[in-house]
Design a protein around this ligand. Sequence first.
Ligand code: ATP
Ligand code: MG
Ligand code: MG
Ligand code: MG
Length: 487
Amino acid sequence: SIKTAAQIRQEFLDFFAAKAHAITPSAPVVPQDDPTLLFTNAGMNQFKPIFLGEQQTYAQDGRQWSRAANSQKCIRVSGKHNDLEEVGIDTYHHTLFEMLGNWSFGDYFKEEAIAWAWELLVKEWGLDPDRLYATVFGGDEKDGLPVDDEAIELWKKVTSIKPENILRFGKKDNFWEMGDTGPCGPCSEIHVDLRSDEERAKVSGAELVNADDPRVMEIWNLVFIQFNRQPDGSLQKLPAQHVDTGMGFERICAVLQGKTSNYDSDVFQPLIQEIAALASKTYGKDEKTDIAIRVIADHIRAVSFGVADGASPSNDGRGYVIRRILRRAMRYGWDVLGLREPFMHRLVPGIGKVFEEVFPELQAQLAYVISVVKAEEESFLRTLGQGISLFEQVAQDTKEIAGEHAFKLHDTYGFPIDLTRLMARERGLTVDEAGFDRLMQEQKERARSAGRFQAVTSDAQPWNFMPGHTELSETKFTGYDNFSVKA
Ligand code: ATP
Ligand code: MG
Ligand code: MG
Ligand code: MG
């Protein structure tokens, strides 16, 4: 029988609970006390103080734990990890996804991490071991980083993997660092080959690992934190070695449900069908329509949890990321699905319900989130159609959208630059981004000199009285405390 997503998540947590892991809640997608990070982008974020050595264990239920596991909501649309352009076009990168993770804080190390990952995937879940690949760090001479021979030996010793399915990769894929200095180490990833036996006989999956082929997909990353990078670049062995793993929940659900697209699993199908019904379309008939439906399904999840966790649409910081995602989805709705009324907010209740047991924060603030999304939709719908008309006009007989047009789309019609870029790319056009940046800069300077004038003339300067004011503080959440929905 086919397992549901809810069962798969629970089985992951039960598996590690049985191995003495604390099951911890997901941190919010908006980091609570890490101004260096726009959004939570990995399960390890909340455990950073432990990896930095500021804390030894994780405290929960009056106990100190050296092992933990959870499902963490992650958003990857900014900074080091930005998957936005792939989303909807491919079938396995999302803006918001769940990362299933298990951690060792100076407790078990490579042997258990590898053995348990294999046990869960092959023994518990029955994946075909011949279809699994393990990547290991192949070293980097220039950087003085050794080959992870230990991991290579352990894959052979504690799993039934074919030796030829153990593959070496370089720093980009198989070495993890928190920053220029600090904790770091090699990683081992598990990839799964979803192609038919026929296709596999023709081309070895080994050639498709880390090659952006959706049919040979990365599912689980096991990071072995064993070094501390010094300011002079040298590596020191950490006194306490840690394990940090992350498995893509939507990906493993698709695999276990026999699907080749995450959107075909029960994680996304109810939402996909709801959008198709709203637009009077059928999913799976036309690629352009399907991409639009996938983008909307993906983006409304990110927007819903982003807003629930404290990032409401705004003009900067986290709020602007949420605004960009929402507007990107709305444009697909307008242009491809012909939707002319606010529709995204109507999808929020279904998401709240599905996640009620796992991430109750959305259901708990449902009315608030719906109203924020609806207001943003109504606001952008006032200019979206005109903006599209302007774009159509200026996109005729040219290879490049002029900077002034991109600026006008931004300034007058609320089109974020990445939306203009996307629309241009769909027609094989480029955007004069240098020209756009120049106009944005000029506008900023105008605003700044206006601001200085105001600062001199006004004796009430509230920003002087805001303790701990940081660059990101305007995105700090005060929303639902003083919010009420009018009936
Ligand atoms: P990929 O190479 O597919 O972009 P990654 O190497 O960037 O993945 P990691 O940082 O290793 O990803 O994250 C751990 C796991 O999280 C991955 O093995 C993958 O299963 C999952 N994952 C990463 N990015 C996404 C995403 N945008 N959407 C869904 N799952 C993701
Ligand atoms: Mg990636
Ligand atoms: Mg990868
Ligand atoms: Mg990876």
